[in-house]
Design a protein around this ligand. Structure first.
Ligand SMILES: C[S@@+](CC[C@H](N)C(=O)[O-])C[C@H]1O[C@@H](n2cnc3c(N)ncnc32)[C@H](O)[C@@H]1O
Length: 327
């Protein structure tokens, strides 16, 4: 981890782009035109991509104003090849819809090192800060609302689901017992008290999974990913590519399922009904949506050990790519 804890100056925005060689290699074959970086962060991937192909223009999106300011500064040398928009990539249709076909879309999910390292943002269990965790400081839902206003059942469910935390019910009960919680420190104390001592000593910081779960709820990360992907498939031009770097198994599952569905080999899709008049219509609809894309990564690509040694944040990364078919 790096970044200027506390100062927040743009020049402090250090986030090492994950699997950057693989990202650039996978995007290089697309036609010239408009690339979209839906999670531009500090502009790490974006600057490598703009250097790699002078014929690309870039629409740089982030919902975090601080990230966008950092990207603006880092990408200034590319002049009017880059346009910056503070937005939610789930609204991609609205943001990019008027600009014609997109030749490539990159989504590098989750939080940046900078967001984690800025104590005041409340993302990290390492610092005592207000319970915020919003990527977009203008959005309404904060971590304080989640922990102080959600029901015990809902808190337990989201910690179990988003955090894959086996002590979710105990943690939720302890949060309710201690309400109101004011700071991330209060939340860490509640989590630590709820987890049995032997389990606390295993598997990293005891608050890691619960913080992740609450952050994903505050920022609606899974629904936004679904929306963004569903929008993107209509906006990518022939032979254009969609790349997603996921750091969480639930995110990766959404990407995998969407890609399979668009490629026409979605094993979970219901069989079309066989004996009713609508049958033909349904089959035609299915044919029309079949093989919209070719999946380029049957299994997700993982970072090389040397990258993980150099940047531990890369460890959980999974990179998937799909190409929009020309026909
Ligand atoms: C892992 S960082 C991206 C780092 C970037 N690839 C780089 O190399 O500097 C993720 C960024 O995506 C942004 N983000 C996450 N979800 C988003 C969403 N749904 N819409 C827009 N931005 C989002 C975060 O604010 C954060 O800045």
């Amino acid at each position: 981890m790096n970044g200027g804890e506390g100062s927040g100056a743009v020049s402090d925005f250090q986030h090492r782009p994950v699997m950057s060689r693989e990202v650039v290699e996978l995007l290089l074959p697309v036609p010239n035109g408009l690339l979209v970086d839906g999670t531009v962060g500090g502009g790490g991937h974006a600057s490598l991509l703009l250097d790699a192909r002078p014929d690309w223009r870039l629409l740089a999106i982030d919902r975090d104003a601080e990230a966008l300011a950092a990207a603006r500064s880092r990408l200034a040398r590319f002049g009017d090849r880059v346009e910056f928009v503070q937005a939610e990539f789930g609204d991609l249709g609205e943001v990019a819809g008027e600009r014609g076909d997109i030749v490539g879309l990159l989504l590098d999910l989750g939080v940046s090192s900078h967001q984690l390292d800025r104590a005041s943002r409340g993302f990290s269990y390492r610092y005592d800060a207000p319970l915020d965790m919003r990527m977009d400081a203008g959005s309404e839902l904060t971590a304080a609302t989640v922990v102080n206003e959600y029901s015990e059942e809902l808190i337990a469910a989201l910690i179990a689901h988003n955090g894959e935390e086996r002590f979710a019910r105990r943690i939720a009960r302890e949060i309710i017992r201690r309400r109101p919680l004011h700071t991330t420190g209060d939340l860490v104390d509640a989590i630590t008290a709820a987890i049995p001592a032997p389990a606390r000593r295993r598997g990293g910081h005891p608050a890691k999974r619960t913080f992740q779960a609450i952050r994903m709820e505050v920022n609606r990360e899974l629904p936004n990913l679904e929306r963004g992907l569903d929008e993107s498939v209509h906006l990518i031009g022939p032979n254009g590519r969609i790349l997603v770097l996921a750091y969480h198994s639930l995110e990766d599952r959404i990407v995998k399922q969407r890609f399979q569905q668009w490629a026409g080999n979605d094993r979970d899709a219901p069989e079309p009904p066989s004996k009713i008049p609508l049958d033909e219509v349904r089959r035609a609809e299915l044919r029309a949506t079949e093989s919209v894309v070719t999946v380029l990564t049957r299994k997700p690509l993982r970072p090389q050990p040397v990258e993980i040694a150099d940047n531990p944040r890369a460890e959980s990364a999974r990179l998937r790519a799909a190409q929009r078919n020309a026909g």
